[in-house]
Structure formats: structure tokens, C-alpha cells
Design a protein around this ligand. Structure first.
Ligand code: FES
Length: 231
């Protein structure tokens, strides 16, 4: 056997002899790593628990109102109430009073109590209003008038609501100087003014006397078959 061959044989024997001795090494390293892992696991667990406790403590601290929070909210609420109480008189002064609202508010009127041939007086915005329930003859007379012959030409149909020829609603003051004409008086059986003799027909149109224009028709509408709203 040569020297090289003997050396090779020694190396093989060494590996066979110590190879088994080196085999347990990996499990040993594994145990160390496992131990480390367990340690860090415990450490992480403890740290996590601590962080949870801190977070819980912090969350509960912010959720619970402190004395400072209470004072802050109470001061803000008192300030808001004081501000509202201060500006309310100025705001309420800007609103119209009850009398103004009542004077300008629409007026609902029930027609069912107005007999045929009757004239009812009511007020809207401080102005006198005539509501006249015209008879068939009064309607016919108003419709058959030659409009071109009138001082203030206006067809009867333009002064009443469609399909409601029996109802005439006009302002109740003479268009001359404001006196109150008398109903069912004069040559046309409409109104006659006692002051200077102006005569209006059954459509409220000026027919004789100094009044320059017809009795105006106020803004109104039928809210039902037997009710109107003026305004
Ligand atoms: S006020 Fe009616 S005619 Fe003069």
C-alpha cells in the first residue's frame, strides 16, 4: 500500500468514526433555535399583552369624559344659548306682526250661504269686497251688453270665472272717489253710488256718472264648487 492509499484510508476511517458523532449536531442547533423561538414567542406575547393593556388603557382614557371635557361642553352650550337669546329679539322684530299677517293673508269664503240675488260684503287687506250671487236675468243682462259701447270696455266673461257666471266678485268702493255704491240700485240694477251718482251694471261695469273705470275684480280662485279664496 502506498502512502497516498494509506492516507486516503485514514481519511475514510476518520469520517466513519466521527461522522456518526457529528450527526446529532443539527438536532442540537434545532433545539437552540426552538428555544430561541419559544423565548421570543413568550417575549412577543408578553409585549403584545403589554401593548394591548396600554392600548386598552389609552382607549378607555379617551372614551371616558374628563372634567375638562365636561367644562368645555357646558361652556359651549351656555354660549350657544346666550347667543340665541341675544339675537332672537332682532330676528323676531324682522318678522311681520300678527295684524300684518292677518291683513295680507288670503280670505276663504263659503258661498253656500249666499242666496241668489244676494250681495255680501267682506274685507280683504282692508279693502271692501262685494260677492254677488247673480240671478239668471242679471247674468243675461250683463252678457248681452254691447262691450264696444262701454266707457271701460270689458266682456262679462272676462270678469267672472269660467262656468261660474252666477258669481261676481268685485272691489266695493266707487272708482270715482271711493264711496260705497248701493246694490240693486240704478238704471242697470247693479250698483249706484250715493255720492255723485255713478251707476254700475250687474257686471260691475261703469255705465253712467263720473266714475272712470269699472269696479275692479280682486285676485281670487274657487277652492271648491261652493268656496273661494281671495288673495
Ligand atoms: S264717489 Fe262714487 S260717484 Fe263719486
Amino acid at each position: 500500500m502506498t502512502v497516498d492509499a494509506r492516507a486516503q484510508l485514514c481519511l475514510v476511517s476518520f469520517n466513519e468514526a466521527w461522522g456518526s458523532a457529528w450527526q446529532p449536531a443539527p438536532p442540537a442547533r434545532f433545539r437552540i433555535a426552538e428555544a430561541k423561538s419559544s423565548f421570543w414567542g413568550l417575549a412577543e406575547g408578553a409585549l403584545g399583552a403589554r401593548m394591548t393593556r396600554v392600548a386598552t388603557t389609552h382607549a378607555s382614557a379617551s372614551a371616558e369624559p374628563t372634567r375638562r371635557d365636561f367644562l368645555f361642553i357646558a361652556t359651549g352650550a351656555a354660549g350657544a344659548v346666550g347667543l340665541a337669546a341675544t339675537i332672537w329679539p332682532f330676528v323676531s322684530q324682522m318678522a311681520p306682526d300678527a295684524a300684518t299677517i292677518a291683513a295680507g293673508a288670503p280670505v276663504d269664503f263659503d258661498l253656500s250661504h249666499v242666496a241668489e240675488g244676494q250681495i255680501v260684503k267682506l274685507f280683504w287687506r282692508g279693502k271692501l269686497i262685494f260677492v254677488r250671487h247673480r240671478t239668471a236675468d242679471e247674468i243675461k243682462s250683463a252678457q248681452n251688453t254691447d262691450v264696444a259701447s262701454l266707457r271701460d270696455p270689458e266682456a262679462d266673461a272676462a270678469r267672472v270665472k269660467p262656468g261660474k257666471d252666477q258669481w261676481l266678485v268685485v272691489y266695493g268702493n266707487c272708482t270715482h272717489l271711493g264711496c260705497v255704491p248701493l246694490g240693486n240700485e240704478g238704471a242697470f240694477h247693479g250698483w249706484q253710488c250715493p255720492c255723485h251718482g255713478s251707476v254700475f251694471d250687474t257686471s260691475g261695469r261703469i255705465r253712467q256718472g263720473p266714475a272712470p273705470i269699472n269696479l275692479p275684480v280682486p285676485p281670487y280662485a274657487f277652492t271648491s264648487d261652493k268656496a273661494i279664496r281671495i288673495g
